[in-house]
Design a protein around this ligand. Structure first.
Ligand code: G
Ligand code: G
Ligand code: MN
Ligand code: NA
Length: 254
């Protein structure tokens, strides 16, 4: 396909760029972290959103080298912000299943940290619920390895996969990210609100901080805060922005 062909040269032609979306600490109103989101600036196609190419990159295996670039670039940017004297917050990277399952992944993470000079505690890896539920024992082993190295771990898109509650407690997780579909439906009916309340309780009992995704309104913020959600991410606070604009958000927060 067209995407597949162009994707082959995208890395060497430096067509990828990271955007960043902040998440805000409900208690302090300050930036609590930044999620790196991949963008592809293709000369002929224009700005291509991840929905259009991540799937293709997964199928062709190209996601492995792209993911490695994302990891390194996110670490490099985080370190550059720190060196500029900006507030130190973790930068979160989305990890695809294919990337995570490859034998050298833990070493790759270590490599990105060493090459950039970023302390491990400022790198956060977002693993989707569906990734974590395949080959659970292998996933737990790799997570424990990463965790021992100081990296933070999140379960992303929580609620959309098929988490076994008996496994959930065995994953060494720092954050649980409530999928935005639950936030969207949360205030429409009683079950919607109860589900989100239960996810917050469950996440806290697992020792996680809770991040609500896709927060777009003040009413949603109000309900989430009332129910004890720790951090919010979504268009209400900010859309994903360029690295430069993200640096300005940090600067405003210092
Ligand atoms: O940025 P946006 O909302 O369009 O992202 C759409 C989807 O693409 C999300 O599910 C997000 O997790 C995924 N995505 C964005 N950047 C990356 C990336 O660097 N690696 C992987 N594997 N997925 C990403
Ligand atoms: O799957 P993941 O959580 O990584 O997806 C991140 C995606 O969610 C990004 O593509 C980002 O653009 C999108 N996103 C972030 N905040 C909002 C929001 O408030 N509303 C909607 N509809 N999408 C959002
Ligand atoms: Mn994510
Ligand atoms: Na998500």
């Amino acid at each position: 396909t067209l995407i597949e062909g162009h994707l082959r040269n995208a890395l060497v032609r430096h067509e990828f760029v990271l955007h960043f979306q902040p998440r805000i600490d409900c208690a302090t109103g300050r930036v609590a972290g930044l999620e790196a989101l991949l963008r592809w600036q293709q000369p002929e196609l224009g700005l291509v959103q991840p929905d259009r190419f991540i799937g293709v990159a997964e199928e062709t295996g190209r996601i492995v080298e792209i993911g490695e670039w994302v990891l390194y670039e996110a670490c490099r940017q985080a370190k550059a912000w720190q060196d500029a004297g900006l507030p130190r917050v973790p930068v979160a990277v989305n990890v695809s299943a294919r990337q995570f399952r490859q034998a050298g992944f833990v070493q790759e993470v270590r490599g990105a940290l060493e090459a950039s000079g970023l302390e491990a505690g400022y790198l956060e890896l977002e693993l989707t619920e569906s990734l974590m539920m395949q080959n659970v024992e292998g996933v737990i082993a790799a997570m424990l390895h990463l965790k021992a190295g100081g990296v933070r771990l999140s379960i992303d898109d929580f609620g959309t996969g098929y988490s076994s509650l008996s496994y959930l407690r065995r994953f060494p997780l720092d954050y649980l990210k409530i999928d935005r579909s639950f936030v969207r439906d949360m205030l429409h009916d009683a079950p919607g609100s109860a589900i989100v309340r239960s996810m917050i309780t469950l996440g806290h009992s697992l020792g996680c901080r809770i991040i609500a995704e896709g927060v777009e309104t003040n009413d949603q913020l109000g309900y989430l805060t009332q129910e004890g959600c720790d951090e919010i991410q979504g268009f209400l606070c900010s859309r994903p922005v360029t690295g430069e604009a993200a640096g300005e958000l940090l600067y405003a927060d210092r």
